[in-house]
Ligand binder design. Structure first.
Ligand code: FMN
Length: 317
């Protein structure tokens, strides 16, 4: 694979600016190391791991690749300080934080020599991340799978807004699964892309095969942002989604919504494969996915499509 040089590839010491998103129940050491070995940046999703499980995944990832990899830390995680301690002890070099205030942990991580990237859904939050000392931001648009901003700003609008607001490099996320989508994001000023949904439908992802199959069979309109009052999350429409929707329509309180969500909903859906009662987090771009592929094939396909797009960007009459 030809190396590509820009601020993002230099920041992470990777060949090409393709980042596999850290995702609960989907991105363990197998997926992260496979993406890193393919020349991109693989990320372990710590949000669904007990501290000792995270430690094991980091150690296995180090054995499986000599290349850079990162850990994604949702800051609302209850045992966050234990995760931070493990990251420091295991000498993880790159951390992506999300769902919380970047001020809380960035300076400690930076003191330990760790590269810190924060996920944002608006240019206001991007400025806060820059002020907190982050090295880059992920601008994640409304299309994205998983937790999302309340603002509903789409990726096409968010990228230029964030690029204009900060000096640090911007990684685009939300609705990106092909090289031409990546090219569009980079034309708008992003210097890399983070893809989540594409890597759920991947052989090395730890997501349940039932979930992977429903993802590749989904079509436009099959996902919707739910739980906006609690923590907005884009879900595939199933029985659980409809329970939430009905509760929201009758004006359920945050407490009622929390009770419906209960515990372990996401594990039930994405890890155990219960397609009706489980929570199935996925992005709009699932409508474009029709194959479960190995990680290195995904990286190669996206990069080839990006390079083809670069030499022939627009359709001619
Ligand atoms: C199954 C799933 C789980 C996710 N879990 C996390 C997470 O734990 N932390 C996080 O910062 N983002 C999480 N996300 C969001 C991704 O990191 C990424 O930004 C998003 O998927 C990009 O949009 P896309 O799905 O359109 O590619 C998750 C996304 C999915 C699809």
């Amino acid at each position: 694979m030809t190396r590509f040089s820009n601020r993002i590839t230099q920041l992470f010491n990777i060949d090409i600016p393709i980042i596999q998103a850290g995702m609960i129940w989907a991105s363990g050491w197998r997926l992260a190391s496979a993406v890193s070995n393919a020349g991109g940046l693989g990320i372990i999703g710590a949000g669904s791991m007990y501290p000792e499980v995270l430690k094991e995944h980091i150690q296995k990832c180090k054995t499986a690749t000599n290349r850079s990899f990162g850990v994604n830390l949702p800051l609302l995680y209850p045992d966050i300080d234990k995760h931070i301690q493990i990251i420091i002890e295991e000498e993880v070099k790159i951390v992506f934080t999300s769902a919380g205030n970047p001020k809380t942990w960035t300076s400690l991580l930076k003191e330990k020599g760790i590269t810190v990237v924060h996920v944002v859904s608006s240019s206001k939050f991007a400025k806060k991340a820059e002020d907190a000392g982050c090295d880059a931001v992920v601008a994640e648009g409304f299309e994205a799978g998983g937790h999302n901003g309340k603002e509903e700003t789409t990726t096409l609008v968010l990228i230029p807004a964030v690029v204009n607001a900060v000096k640090i490099p911007v990684i685009a996320a939300g609705g990106i699964a092909t090289g031409r989508q990546m090219l569009a994001a980079m034309v708008l000023g992003a210097e890399g892309v983070q893809m989540g949904s594409r890597f759920v439908a991947c052989e090395e992802a730890s997501s349940h095969i039932n979930f992977k199959n429903v993802v590749i069979n989904s079509t436009e309109g099959d996902t919707q942002l739910a739980l906006k009052q609690l923590t907005p999350v884009r879900l595939l429409k199933n029985d659980f989604f409809r329970q939430v929707q009905q509760a929201e329509q009758r004006g359920a309180t945050v407490e009622e919504l929390s009770t419906i969500l209960g515990r372990a909903r996401a594990k039930k859906g994405m890890f155990e494969g219960d397609l009706q009662e489980g929570e199935l987090e996925i992005g709009q771009v699932s409508a474009l996915l029709d194959e479960i592929l190995p990680a290195d094939q995904i990286v190669k396909n996206v990069w080839k499509d990006f390079m083809d797009g670069l030499s022939n960007p627009v359709k001619k009459l």
